[in-house]
Design a protein around this ligand. Structure first.
Ligand SMILES: [Fe+2]
Length: 389
């Protein structure tokens, strides 16, 4: 077993954050136990005594993805895109090479996670978005599928390959349209929406291509509310394209684009939770949040005590304590329920706030974490008027 120190920068800490691992000073002194909620005073105390850099120790045995392997993945990704642009198809030899690259990455990822995330960050600093995005989504999807626990190694490999190739159809779309800033016209949107089909056309006749790869490419823009590109019934969708889709959205949100800055990991994770019931089902988001989020977010909670959330019962609640075993199941205080009255949504307050542990309550599920400042201020005002908060 090899112990490794992972650096944590306390500048990113806020009151009510906690860590899933204990934190240590540089000299190895334990500074903070795992999952303890921090207060502003405690943060000041810690930073005054130990400075802003602490560490957690990871004793798990891990392989490291060598950076040369990432460079090969990046170059292979570029080769694939260029081959398709020049010849309008993908040769069997190039696909075989891509499979080999993915196989090696999955082999490394089998026992690795944090290094992979560091590499994702490194890749983000490059300019060429489509190549980096392809490789990033491939790595993240392999990580997610591995943490999910329900897939064989071969399935993980094909999920990663499907992720790697998910936007390959974009190579058949006009570059000007791909890089257009601002709103697309209806015709342009329709053209863009053809990229899963175009990707599928490139790959479908290849010998021994896995159905997992084809499904991942073709269905990576389907949605829970059936308002995806094809409007397919979501319940018939396998998990493979959903995994690709979540990783695609996460990488897109956290990448800098010409028309907007990158969104922080914390906000991206909240945005992903907020897709429950619209873009994705609860179970797949729960698997992502509990499997991959702690690694992506450097072991820091992405929501905090006193954040407001919505529940599957159309109730509004405030988070009292982080979920101990499941990040989507914190302890909450429930205040009110939204009730539809004709066209408008009315608020019906409970007689008294209800204390609920979502790890125990089987009726309620957290489906949204509210991050809009104006909405939060309006909620607080209403609750203070009733002495609820
Ligand atoms: Fe796409």
């Amino acid at each position: 077993m090899v112990a490794r120190k992972i650096k944590v920068d306390l500048h990113y800490l806020r009151p009510n954050n906690s860590f899933i691992y204990p934190l240590y000073s540089k000299s190895g002194e334990m500074v903070l136990e795992a999952r303890v909620l921090l207060t502003a005073d405690k943060i000041t105390q810690i930073t005054e005594k130990y400075g802003h850099i602490l560490y957690y120790t990871d004793t798990g045995e891990r392989a490291v993805i060598p950076s040369y392997r990432m460079k090969i993945a990046y170059n292979k990704s570029r080769e694939i895109m260029e081959e398709i642009m020049n010849t309008e198809k993908l040769s069997r030899a190039t696909l075989h090479d891509a499979e080999k690259v993915v196989e090696e990455i999955v082999h490394d990822l089998n026992t690795t996670d944090i290094e992979a995330v560091e590499l994702l960050k490194e890749m983000k600093s490059h300019d060429e978005y489509l190549y980096n995005h392809s490789v990033n989504v491939g790595i993240l999807a392999a990580l997610f599928a591995g943490k999910h626990g329900g897939f064989t190694l071969d399935e993980i490999k094909y999920i990663a390959l499907g992720s790697y190739l998910h936007d390959i159809g974009q190579t058949r779309i006009d570059k000007q349209l791909l890089n257009k800033e601002g709103k697309l016209t209806i015709t342009e949107t329709q053209k863009m929406k053809r990229h899963p089909q175009l990707g599928y056309e490139i790959l479908k006749n290849m010998e021994r291509i896995s159905p997992i790869v084809l499904q991942s490419v073709l269905f990576h823009h389907e949605k829970y509310n059936n308002q995806g590109y094809y409007g397919l019934p979501y319940e018939n969708l396998p998990d493979f394209p959903k995994i690709v889709s979540i990783c695609d959205i996460y990488d897109a949100l956290t990448s800098k684009r010409p028309y907007r800055d990158a969104i922080s990991v914390e906000y991206a994770l909240k945005a992903i939770v907020n897709t429950i019931g619209s873009h994705f089902d609860y179970d797949i988001i729960s698997a992502f949040i509990n499997g991959v989020a702690p690694i992506l977010n450097h072991s820091q909670g992405f929501y905090t005590k006193n954040d407001f959330c919505e529940l599957s019962t159309q109730e509004l609640a405030v988070i009292r304590d982080l979920g101990q075993r499941d990040y989507l199941k914190p302890r909450v205080t429930v205040f009110c329920k939204f009730v539809r009255e004709g066209n408008r949504l009315a608020v019906s307050f409970h007689r008294k706030p209800i204390q609920v542990d979502l790890e125990v309550d089987k009726e309620r599920r957290m489906t949204k974490i509210i991050s809009n400042e104006a909405q939060i201020a309006a909620i607080k005002k209403k609750l203070e008027e009733r002495d609820f908060f």
